[in-house]
Write a protein that binds this ligand. Structure first.
Ligand code: SF4
Length: 491
């Protein structure tokens, strides 16, 4: 446990996040006085008046004591930059003591490409914005380059959107089994089989009600995304029913991209893929995560590499020509060579997108609870995996087009979507960079409403669990009225 004394409590969220970059699995406990027993971090911040260093300034002193080493640093800065400078001092001391420099600097948010976009508008040039990220936020130059790739993809995606555009997210929160690293609200089918049929019926109803609202508001549906969970966990008739509900209720004439996640290859059949194709979806995601049967068993996915390849080949056979495949770098006991083998095999299949995730040590996942994963050891392995990914994917014609970060990712890295030319997934960009409204239906769905031609964002949450969704469905429909209220403010 790390003790933390802050004499400015409003900085606690930021400072705790900085400490977690170095100690992601440690508990942090705030104290009333400067702790005397290690490990600890403390601040001693004085106003300019108190410290005699100028009325609009802060005098910041911070201390760190970990691994038997102690350090103290101080600075004077304008009051409005107090939080950032406190974070920087603590970050720099922890880098020195831990001999580890997190590549995203003091940036702890999940959307760094969105930040680059905002800074570019502020600075008037992407180069100046990148410099700002490097010098002020201590982000490494390679990570700012990664942001720039994604920012360029954002500009192209933005051209295909408009003030009234929106995307539809459909949540299917069921999976065949629960993966050991999973922290989503997803229910293994053995436990939730009875809920699926009523869930599908109500989901179709929510789709119908949502379409009425968007029609009235004159919104234009631009992309559709089925995620979860595993949408192809639905039976063929159930999948057909939900997709038909969408086609019958929404105006599909402006939809440029329609994705169904077929994440678990053991749920993919030719019949389902034919339905997907016939009812208008043009992109699917088949997610091997690893091409090692041993690892698959270890992480509880209960499918084989052969099933992944079969699902991929059937998808091509039925004419699906836009396929994503996800991999995870840093799975327990996997070596860099194991990862290289997986990536090479996936590249050989030749999908249009490859998404490279880095394992995130979420507290609610089985992997963390059971202690199977080792953050420090696995973080070192991940470096080599990502280096190989970058070199190989680039040489094979893939470019990064979207990225996001999660807490507790090994080595404090990021997840990156790679695409071949002309195959960026628009939904991922719209959703991750908050470029337009995403309306979600189904359990666990979060609707993110974006002000037309503005930046204000409001959220509406659906109930997380399928049983709540079913039991309290009327409340879900009631909450959807918030969409009308939101757009009413900007008429
Ligand atoms: S397939 Fe995805 S949502 Fe389902 S259990 Fe695995 S990680 Fe969780």
């Amino acid at each position: 446990m790390i003790k933390l004394y802050l004499n400015k409590s409003e900085y606690s969220y930021e400072i705790e996040n900085i400490i977690r970059l170095f100690f992601p699995c440690e508990k942090i406990e705030q104290t009333e006085t400067v702790p005397s027993i290690e490990p600890f971090v403390y601040t001693d911040i004085l106003t300019g008046e108190e410290a005699g260093c100028g009325i609009d300034n802060y005098f910041i002193k911070c201390g760190v004591a970990v691994f038997g080493k102690r350090m103290e640093r101080e600075t004077i800065c304008p009051e409005k930059e107090g939080e950032l400078n406190t974070a920087r001092l603590i970050y720099e001391m922890l880098c020195d003591i831990c001999q580890f420099t997190p590549k995203w600097g003091v940036l702890t948010g999940v959307r760094p490409a969105k930040l680059l976009s905002t800074l570019t508008k502020e600075w008037g040039s992407v180069e100046k914005a990148k410099d700002d990220m490097i010098n002020r936020l201590l982000v490494s130059p390679p990570k700012t380059n990664l942001c720039e790739y994604c920012y360029n993809a954002e500009l192209k995606a933005e051209e295909k959107s408009g003030a009234n555009a929106f995307s539809l997210y459909v949540s299917i929160p069921f999976c065949p089994t629960r993966c050991s690293y999973c922290s989503f609200v997803s229910h293994s089918i053995e436990k939730a089989a009875k809920l699926v049929e009523p869930y599908v019926d109500l989901l179709c109803k929510e789709i119908e009600e949502t379409a009425k609202i968007t029609k009235k508001l004159g919104l234009t549906l631009c992309t559709v995304y089925f995620g979860g969970g595993t949408p192809t966990q639905l039976s063929a008739p159930q999948l057909e029913k939900v997709m038909t509900a969408i086609n019958n209720n929404f105006d599909m004439s402006n939809v440029v991209e329609y994705t169904i996640e077929a994440g678990r290859p053991d749920t993919v059949t030719k019949e389902k893929l034919e339905i997907i194709k016939r009812l208008g979806a043009n992109r699917i995601s088949i997610n091997p995560q690893t091409m090692s049967n041993q690892s698959l068993e270890r992480i509880g996915r209960k499918h084989t590499v052969e099933q992944t390849v079969d699902a991929y080949n059937i998808a091509r056979e039925v004419g699906i020509d836009f396929i994503n495949m996800d991999l995870i770098a840093g799975l327990p006991e996997e070596t860099v060579d194991d990862y290289i083998k997986s990536l090479d095999e996936v590249i050989k299949l030749n999908p249009e997108n490859i998404t490279v995730h880095v394992l995130s040590m979420k507290r609610s996942s089985r992997l963390v609870v059971s202690g199977e994963a080792d953050y420090n050891a696995d973080s070192k392995t991940v470096e080599g995996m990502l280096k190989y990914s970058e070199e190989t994917l680039t040489s094979k014609g893939y470019k990064p087009y979207y990225l996001y970060r999660q807490s507790k990712m090994l080595g404090n890295h990021e997840n990156v979507g790679w695409s071949k030319d002309g195959y960026d997934c628009l939904y991922n960009i719209y959703m991750m960079n908050e470029l337009h409204t995403v309306i979600s239906v189904g359990a666990g769905g979060v609707t993110r409403l974006k002000q037309p031609n503005g930046t204000n964002i409001e959220r509406i949450f659906n109930f997380k669990f399928p049983y709540e969704y079913i039991d309290r469905f009327d409340e879900i429909i009631e909450r959807k009225r918030g969409v009308t209220d939101f757009y009413g403010k900007y008429k």
